[in-house]
Design a protein around this ligand. Sequence first.
Ligand SMILES: Cc1cc2nc3c(=O)[nH]c(=O)nc-3n(C[C@H](O)[C@H](O)[C@H](O)COP(=O)(O)O)c2cc1C
Ligand SMILES: Nc1ncnc2c1ncn2[C@@H]1O[C@H](COP(=O)(O)OP(=O)(O)OP(=O)(O)O)[C@@H](O)[C@H]1O
Ligand SMILES: [Mg+2]
Length: 386
Amino acid sequence: MKPDAIALNRSPDDVLGIYQSAMEAAGVGFSIADATRSDFPLVYVNATFERLTGYTSEEVLGRSCRFLQGDDYDQPGVHAMRQALRDGVGCVVSLRNYRKDGSMFWNQISLTPVHAPDGKLTRFVGIQTDVTELKQAQEEAVKAEILRVELENEREIAALRENFASMVSHDLRNPLTGITLSLELLETLDDRLTPEKRLEYVQRARRQARNMRDLLEDIVTFSKGNAGRVEFNPQSLNLAMFCRRLLGEMQAEGRASGGSHQFDFQYVGDASVIVDEKLIYHMVVNLISNAMKYSAPQTQIDFHVQVDADHITLKVSDHGMGIPKGDQKRLFEPFHRARNVREISGTGLGLAIVKNSVERHGGQIQCQSVEGTGTTFTISLPRRSP
Ligand SMILES: Cc1cc2nc3c(=O)[nH]c(=O)nc-3n(C[C@H](O)[C@H](O)[C@H](O)COP(=O)(O)O)c2cc1C
Ligand SMILES: Nc1ncnc2c1ncn2[C@@H]1O[C@H](COP(=O)(O)OP(=O)(O)OP(=O)(O)O)[C@@H](O)[C@H]1O
Ligand SMILES: [Mg+2]
C-alpha cells in the first residue's frame, strides 16, 4: 500500500473502521474529513482527539479543523496542508494549535487521502500527535547552538582585535622613526643641506606619514567592525620600483642611525605584479629590518626577488647571529623571540605580521638559519592574473 493513498477494494468506511480502532489503541488523535465538500468538514474524531484539543466531537463535527489555529494561521505548515488538500495528496506538518482553553501545543498532523474503489477522492484522514515536548527540546538545542556560535564569534573577534591592535602599533613605529629621523636631519644639518637633499628628506617624511595614515585608516575600518580581518586588496604594483625604493629608505635610515650594511638587491622577471601593496610592505619592511637588526653593520644583506610565470619569490639573507634550532618552529608566533637576542630590542610581532600578510596572499614562508652563521627567509606567493 502506498503511504499517501489508501485505495482498497473495500468500501472506504470499512477501511476507516480498521484505522479507527488501530488509532484509538495507539493513543493518537484521529479525525476524518469529508473530501467531497470544499471546506473538508470533520465527520469523525476519536476520544484522543477530544482529549488532545479539549473540544467534544459535538463541538467540532461539521466544521473545518482550522479552528484549532485560532488567529495563528500564517504558518508554513498551514500553507503546506492547504496545498496538499487542494492537490488531493498526503502531507505531514508540525504547527502551533490551540486547545479550547487557549493553551498552545505543537501538533504534528499527518493527512492521507482516501479513494473509493472508483478512484474518487472521498475522505481525508488526519492523525494528530502532540509533539510539544519534542519541539521544545529541539528549540532548546537550536538556541544553545546559536548561543555557542555567537560566543565563539565574539571570542574570535576579540582575539582578532587584540592581534590587530598590536600589529598596528608595531607598524606605526617604523614610519614614525623615519619621520623623526628626517626631521632631525633637517633641523641639525639645515644650512649644510643642498636643496635636493632637503627635498629628499621632506619627501621621505611625507611618504612615511602617508604610510601611517593608511594604517590608521585600517584601524578605523577595523574598529567599526566591518572588517573582521586585515583587508586583502590585490592591485597592479610595480614591485621592482617599490622594493628598490623601500630598500633605499631603510638603508638611509640605517646609515642615519649609525650602522649600515652592504645591500645586494636583485630583481628578476616582470616588474609589475598583482599584489596587495600594504601587505607586501609589511613583509619587506619586517624581513629587512630583522636582517639589519640581527646582523653586524657592514656585513652583507641580500634581497633577491624573482617573478616567474606563476610565483613571486622574495628572499632576504643575512650573515648575522642566526636562530637557534629550538626557536625556529615558533618564530612566527606572536611575541616569540629567540633566546639569543639578548639586549636587542623587539616585541616579537614582526614575523607574525609577515606570516599573516603572506597567508592573505595564499603564499608560504620558510626560514633557513644556522646559529652564528646567518639566516634566510624565503617567501613564495602565487601569481595572480589581472
Ligand atoms: C482530516 C483533517 C484533519 C485536520 N487536522 C488539523 C489539525 O489538527 N490542526 C490544524 O491546524 N489543521 C488541521 N487540518 C487542516 C485545516 O482543516 C485546514 O484544511 C487548513 O487550515 C488549511 O485550509 P484553510 O486555508 O482553509 O484554513 C485538518 C484537515 C483535515 C482534512
Ligand atoms: N634575520 C634574523 N636573524 C636572527 N634572528 C632573527 C632574524 N629574524 C628574526 N629573528 C628572530 O625571530 C624573532 C622574532 O622576530 P620578529 O620580527 O617577529 O620579532 P622581533 O624582531 O623580536 O620584534 P619586532 O616585533 O620589533 O619585529 C626575533 O626576536 C629573533 O629572535
Ligand atoms: Mg622584527
